[in-house]
Design a protein around this ligand. Structure first.
Ligand code: C6P
Length: 415
């Protein structure tokens, strides 16, 4: 993360105090203290989130929007309260623009399926070469159904978007630009403000995949002026199974429902069904009530932190990790963008990332090995997989030092 993203240069982030909020971090793995460096896959949950889930199931468990009894009213109040927390967190104009779904994947599928119904053969959608499969495959499925054309912004060897190529990709049939705010495989933070501006000059709406951005950056959908923003609760210190699609109200209003069922209707007869208003029209069936409440609590927890201090700490962790890992013989960092979220993807000569992951695990270091659901990125760098250490504000410099030392050991063992 560069200084441009941060407003405090140093700060006094009390990492030990914050770690006490996450009891899971205190455990030993294979006889070593756990160093959890797989935060891009999923983040750990603070105690307060676990307590919110526990409280909900102990006291308030009920379906929402249906009952008139006390439990149903409490569940509905807290579920809708969580929606308001999400709205505030990303500064959406209205809770009508906040759709609860299972995660980023479902949010993008919703847009591809519903917004996609308005697309015709020959219409174009622009993606980038650094997308997660969640922002590729739904568009390919739409292509199979409708005959749309996909255009792809290439990437440069440093792992940044080749923005010189972007103007040439807009055309009279461009209907949407869908790109990641931050790459899960490279860490790159894309300059989305200028990209959105360029797209809007062509009257093209923009969807941002925010799965890796929301845990690390302040996201303000009005300031960004994006049209859709998708993210997952579990990467934001909340539960799995809950995610969010932000959609500009005018666009959501014009989109047909995604799934049919209860909750999303106003009236049903065999002749005709009318649909509920936003956002319920896109939330068919019983939602993940506990998950939404847990996400709301995660957001309240984040709001209680010194966010600038957290970001400054993450930036220092990234600098430290980059420096220490670069010094490991035979190690190559994949993704050296100027602006990055705190993750380092790397390969080591003659060592398969999966073997690497196993060695690290035996030293209590949790990293991810694989293609990270970003196979086009792997193809670009001509590697089958990478190892990836991804950090959060509760990680320590000592954990990074342990990682660097274990990598040297792994090289001696395996290379
Ligand atoms: N990336 C990772 O280890 P879901 O699974 O719906 O919560 O999120 C999908 C997704 C979409 N976009 C990006 C940029 C992502 O990083 C992810 C999830 C995890 O990198 C699991 S593959």
């Amino acid at each position: 993360m560069s200084a441009a993203v941060l407003s405090t240069p140093t700060g006094s982030w009390d990492v030990e105090r914050v770690r006490r909020d996450f009891p899971v971090l205190g455990q030993q793995v294979h006889g070593h203290p756990l160093a959890y460096l797989d935060n891009a896959a999923t983040t750990q949950k603070p105690q307060t989130v676990v307590e919110a889930l526990d409280h909900y199931y102990h006291h308030d468990n009920s379906n929402v929007h249906r009952g008139v009894h006390a439990l149903a009213e409490r569940a509905t109040r807290d579920f809708e309260g969580a929606r308001e927390s999400v709205r505030r967190f990303i500064n959406a104009r209205s809770t009508r623009e906040i759709v609860f779904l299972r995660g980023t994947t479902e949010a993008i599928n919703l847009v591809a399926s519903s917004f996609g119904q308005g697309l015709r053969e020959g219409d174009e959608v622009i993606l980038t070469a650094m997308e997660h499969h969640a922002n590729i495959v739904p568009w390919q499925l739409l292509r199979e159904r409708t005959g749309i054309v996909l255009r792809v912004v290439p990437i440069t060897p440093s792992g940044e978007l080749d923005l010189d190529a972007l103007p040439g990709l807009f055309g009279p049939r461009t209907r949407l630009l869908a790109l990641t705010h931050a790459s899960n495989a490279l860490g790159t933070i894309n300059p989305v403000e200028s990209i959105i501006k360029a797209a809007h000059e062509h009257e093209v709406p923009v969807l941002l995949d925010g799965a890796q951005a929301v845990p690390h950056l302040r996201v303000d959908v009005q300031a960004l002026d994006c049209d859709f923003y998708a993210f997952s609760g579990h990467k934001l210190f909340g539960p799995t199974g809950i995610g969010v699609l932000y959609g500009r109200e005018r666009l959501l209003e014009a989109m047909p429902p995604y799934q049919g069922g209860g909750e999303m209707i106003r009236t049903v007869s065999f002749e005709k069904t009318t649909f509920a208003g936003l956002p319920h029209r896109f939330e068919a069936g019983t939602p993940d009530i506990a998950g939404a409440i847990g996400l709301g609590r995660a957001i309240e927890y984040l709001e209680s932190l010194d966010w600038e201090g957290a970001m400054a700490h993450e930036a220092r962790l990234l600098d430290h990790a980059t420096e220490r890992l670069q010094a490991v013989p035979g190690l190559r960092i994949i993704g050296q963008a100027h602006e990055k979220v705190p993750l380092v993807s790397f390969v080591m000569d003659d060592v398969h990332p999966h073997d690497m992951g196993t060695i690290l695990d035996h030293r209590g270091l949790a990293v991810r090995a694989g293609h990270h659901c970003a196979m086009p990125v792997m193809t670009f760098y001509r590697v089958p997989a990478t190892s990836r250490a991804s950090m959060a504000f509760y990680n320590t410099f000592d954990e990074i030092d342990r990682l660097a030392e274990a990598l040297r050991y792994a090289r001696e063992m395996l290379a």
